[in-house]
Design a protein around this ligand. Structure first.
Ligand code: CP
Length: 309
């Protein structure tokens, strides 16, 4: 049986192209399962998974939980705001207490960059990074690429634009790694204050003119402005941001070609994208959410195959 080249899913930067192919092949099978009347397989009946969310989440948390249930795993859900972290307990102590309950896999979202890597060095469980600060969100990038492959037939050779707050986005970095690994070309667009200085060193071009950027691309992945991660003003006003970088039907009509529209969510409707575009037939935003369950089932299943039982 084919195996992943990694012991944990900490970031796309640790994966090989063959890992992505294997995850997609496995997700293809699980996508068939979740569209059957009986949406469940008994594959992970002997596996226990803890979902540790130290930062807010809607899609990722629900998607992982559903993926785990579809695989018949036992699940523990942990939310930082209701935990003894408030009483001063460290991350390692929290996790070791959870592991003492015989947990095999930890899915963790954390505000600190590298939290998953740190955990993987200190605890004896498989770690899946569900987003670490502004760093990586590997399952989001996998489901994004999978959705592009589903819509356009392949990722290789496609021109993908990432628009918006790239600076604070873990989705952007993981997407750049995943798309380049599969042979796509990536460009970013946004105010220069929201484009990280290192981006060119990754082989990513910058375009500050939204119309030119849209004319170039096959797919536009639109990012939210992450006000919660900003301690200074990066642009004069939300209104001006929307005027210059918001995706609306008018600008798409002026370009006169079909572009696949994506967004990882949560959407700020009327800021980075209008409802008309987000809900249009060119948008695959809800396909991304559906594919997220199959991708997460595949990642969990493949990592669980490495556990000695
Ligand atoms: N796309 C994403 O990570 O959304 P949540 O923050 O709701 O999980």
């Amino acid at each position: 049986m084919k195996q992943l080249s990694v012991e944990h899913l900490l970031g796309i930067k640790y994966l090989k192209n063959t890992d992505i192919d294997l995850i997609f092949e496995t997700a293809d099978q699980f996508k068939k399962v979740i569209n059957r009347p009986i949406k469940k397989v008994p594959s992970l009946r002997d596996i226990t998974i803890a979902n540790l969310f130290f930062e807010n989440s809607t899609r990722t948390k629900l998607s992982f939980e559903l993926a785990e249930k579809r695989l018949s795993a036992d699940i523990l859900n942990f939310s930082a705001s209701q935990s003894s972290l408030k009483k001063g307990e460290t991350l390692i102590d929290t996790v070791n207490n959870i592991l003492a309950m015989k947990v095999d896999i930890i899915v963790m979202r954390h505000g600190n960059v590298g939290a998953g890597v740190f955990l993987s060095k200190h605890v004896d469980a498989k770690i899946i990074n569900a987003g670490d600060g502004t760093h990586e969100h590997p399952t989001q990038a996998l489901l994004d690429s999978y959705s592009i492959r589903e819509k356009l037939g392949k990722v290789k050779g496609k021109k993908i634009l990432i628009v918006g707050d790239v600076l604070h986005s873990r989705v952007a970095l993981s997407n750049i790694f995943a798309l380049q690994l599969q042979g796509a070309t990536v460009k970013v667009c946004g105010p220069t204050t929201l484009i990280p200085k290192y981006i060119k060193s990754l082989g990513v071009e910058i375009e500050t003119d939204l119309k030119k950027a849209l004319e170039w691309c096959d797919v536009a992945n639109v990012l939210r402005v992450q006000h919660e991660r900003m301690d200074i003003n990066y642009f004069p006003s939300t209104r001006e941001y929307t005027q210059l970088y918001g995706i609306n039907q008018e600008i798409l009509d002026r370009i006169g070609k079909k572009i696949v529209i994506m967004h990882p969510g949560p959407i700020n409707r009327g800021v980075e994208i209008t409802s008309e575009v987000a809900d249009s037939s060119d948008s695959i935003i809800l396909d991304q959410v559906e594919n997220g369950v199959a991708i997460r089932m595949a990642v969990i299943y493949l990592l669980a195959q490495q556990i000695k039982r």
